[in-house]
Unconditional design. Structure first.
Lengths: 388, 260
């Protein structure tokens, strides 16, 4: 399907595709098995300027937007949803600075991110604050020209590997979520440490660790926006980043689908390729249609974000919800088409199924997305009613 | 350091088709790419520039569509690109090609190193690189697998041989042809691709070069291709099996039957 991408977006997608096919596909199984962080691939992405596609030109990027970020994430995820997170997780960490950072903060942090010199990470989740992000416990106490952070963030993508962390912490415990603030914490900050690397079902090439703040000192100039804005920064960040997760889901689904079609063409049972059976054909047709529908929704949501639309929460959530559900269904069906071979780790599709699952969970579970969508629908209806 | 890297656009296929009448390559309907061996020359040129600063000029002789190969070279880090293109060059053999490229290199002007891939994947002659050095009257080292050291007026390189490698020192300017062992070519960068898109390719025709018209194209080519064909596959040998005594007797019998 033609999505009428600009020339630059087409170039971006084609380059990401080339890297995915030539540099990621051959090593995807290795990194899945070893759970190592794919630094050699990050270096290639950096040299190709891909880390800068969504960063404005004045900060060393290529001036694209969320759609550009989605195109890269999708192509990389087609080869490996885990390795793609080195890129996508950095985007998530950078968005708070892009949206709410001061000019000085943008100048200080974005060029290194755009060049791929530094990875980034976003830290909100805690042991007791998952879907209920408002109940975070990490605190930030102002002390002269610095803040002192205490607490532990959990399941942080890119933790330990990234140099730049955007962190949501409470500057005013009494106010709850309204007392939250966002900070930029650099690796090497006094009092910053990391927990053990988590062992996961899928996206095993991505690094997931605790980020631990023990009287961690952060310069006051690293406060994003102002005190009390932390929760808004986080929610607006998610509105912009969710199409990215959705793009990861589309990429994973597409990767599994490509394998399934090829396998169906070549696998012979009952004297003919199984692609000759209508049962398989209909499965493939449904998979292909779902993936294309998800992609169309993701690109539309990303374009809406890039247009500067005031509220994109509903559309972002829809894209993330739909694409991640599609990814889970399509990858499960891909394993089904492979049959017993699909269940074997020697074959590539079981990994796609494992990788797909996380897209229904992180950056808001499918259930949280439905909450966001429904809340916005109800709000819109009320608005319409009050106008009538 | 001024580096010139000579590249060739070739069909992206191992199934080369030859026109049975003209005995030249059929290029229609086949995707064109930079000769794979030349991608190592481009990478090495860009690395030399990054190490020593200077300028890399990509040069090719070919039809107008060879501009695509030059754009790709620009996206990979070359600074300028020259396309030498004229109907008069059509039918050039390796002698005429190297003569023409040498004339273009003279026109480009001051240079320290000329880099070429060891051979093209379509013609497989490995003659054009060394040929250029003869026309330019500069030293050449073929099959270079490592450039150890480059100074203002000399280079130390490793030339791959079947048994190992030779270490060779050569004065500059010189011409080197490189083998795939020399590096791993990088992928293009987005900024490189965008720069290449808007970059202007310098185009020269036969009239722009100081070249003897009789030495160009088919007329200037001493090679005459009589016929090109795929040699018939060799018949499989026979493996004699059994105990040593029987086998040796059988073998002697067979050898006696061979008429020399």
């Amino acid at each position: 399907m033609d999505y009428f991408l600009t020339e630059q977006q087409t170039m971006t997608r084609d380059l990401a595709k080339k890297i995915a096919d030539e540099k990621i596909k051959p090593v995807a199984a290795h990194y899945d098995e070893t759970e190592e962080f794919a630094w050699p691939v990050m270096k290639i992405l950096a040299e190709s300027d891909l880390f800068g596609v969504y960063i404005p030109e004045q900060y060393g990027g290529l001036g694209g937007g969320i759609l550009d970020m989605c195109l890269v994430t999708e192509e990389l995820s087609r080869a490996c949803g885990g390795i793609a997170l080195g890129f996508a997780g950095t985007g998530l960490g950078a968005i708070p600075i892009l949206l709410y950072g001061s000019e000085e903060q943008k100048k200080r942090f974005l060029p290194d991110i755009a060049k791929g010199k530094k990875l980034a990470a976003f830290c909100i989740t805690e042991a007791g604050a998952g879907s209920d992000a408002g109940s975070i416990k990490t605190t930030a106490r102002k002390d002269g020209d610095r803040y002192i952070l205490n607490g532990t963030k959990q399941w942080i993508t890119n933790a330990g590997e990234a140099e730049i962390y955007t962190v949501i912490a409470l500057t005013d415990k009494a106010k709850g979520a309204r007392g939250a603030s966002a900070f930029i914490v650099e690796k090497g900050a006094k009092g910053l440490s990391f927990g053990k690397k988590e062992k996961k079902l899928g996206i095993r090439a991505s690094a997931t660790r605790e980020v631990i703040f023990t009287d961690c000192e952060v310069p006051a100039s690293n406060l994003i926006s102002k005190e009390g804005m932390g929760f808004i920064v986080a929610m607006k960040t998610f509105d912009s980043s969710r199409p990215g997760v959705a793009a990861q889901a589309v990429g994973i689904a597409q990767g599994a689908l490509d394998h399934a079609v090829e396998y169906a063409r070549t696998r012979v049972q009952f004297g003919q390729p199984i692609s000759g059976f209508q049962g398989i054909q209909h499965m493939l047709a449904d998979m292909g249609t779902q993936v294309e529908a998800a992609r169309a929704l993701v690109y539309a949501a990303a374009r809406m974000v890039d247009s500067g639309a005031k509220s994109v929460a509903k559309e972002s959530a829809m894209a993330k919800l739909f694409a991640s559900e599609v990814a889970m269904r399509v990858t499960t069906d891909a394993v089904q088409i492979f049959g017993g071979y699909g269940y074997m780790r020697e074959y590539p599709v079981e990994k796609y199924m494992r990788d797909a699952k996380i897209t229904q969970i992180y950056e808001g579970t499918s259930q949280v997305q439905r909450n966001v969508i429904a809340a916005n629908m109800i709000k819109e209806s009320l608005k319409r009613q009050s106008r009538d | 350091m001024n580096i010139i890297v000579c590249i060739k656009q070739v069909p992206n296929t191992t199934e080369i088709r030859i026109d049975p009448v003209t005995n030249t390559l059929i290029r229609d309907g086949v995707e064109s790419v930079i000769n794979p061996f030349d991608t190592y020359a481009i990478e090495e040129a860009v690395r030399l520039k990054e190490r020593l600063s200077g300028k890399v000029t990509a040069l090719t002789m070919g039809p107008p569509q060879a501009e695509k190969a030059l754009k790709e070279a620009l996206s990979l880090g070359c600074d300028e690109a020259v396309l030498v293109s004229d109907r008069k060059f059509a039918g050039s053999d390796t002698w005429a090609t190297s003569y023409t490229l040498a004339a273009a290199i003279r026109k480009i002007g001051a240079f320290d190193v000329v880099l070429c891939g060891k051979q093209a994947s379509d013609g497989d002659t490995a003659q054009v690189g060394p040929g250029i050095s003869v026309h330019l009257d500069i030293p050449q080292v073929a099959f270079v697998k490592k450039i150890e050291d480059v100074s203002v007026n000399a280079a130390k390189v490793e030339r791959m041989t079947e048994e190992g490698y030779d270490i060779i020192e050569t004065p500059l300017p010189c011409l080197l042809t490189v083998v795939k062992e020399i590096n791993t070519p990088r992928l293009p960068s987005l900024k490189g691709l965008m720069r290449a898109k808007s970059a202007k390719i310098i185009r020269w025709t036969a009239d722009d070069l100081e070249a003897d018209p009789g030495s160009l194209g088919l007329d200037g080519s001493p090679t005459r291709v009589a016929k090109i064909f795929t040699p018939p596959p060799r018949k499989g040998g026979e493996i004699l099996k059994g105990c040593a005594g029987d086998v040796s007797k059988k073998l002697v019998g067979l050898l006696k039957g061979v008429v020399i």
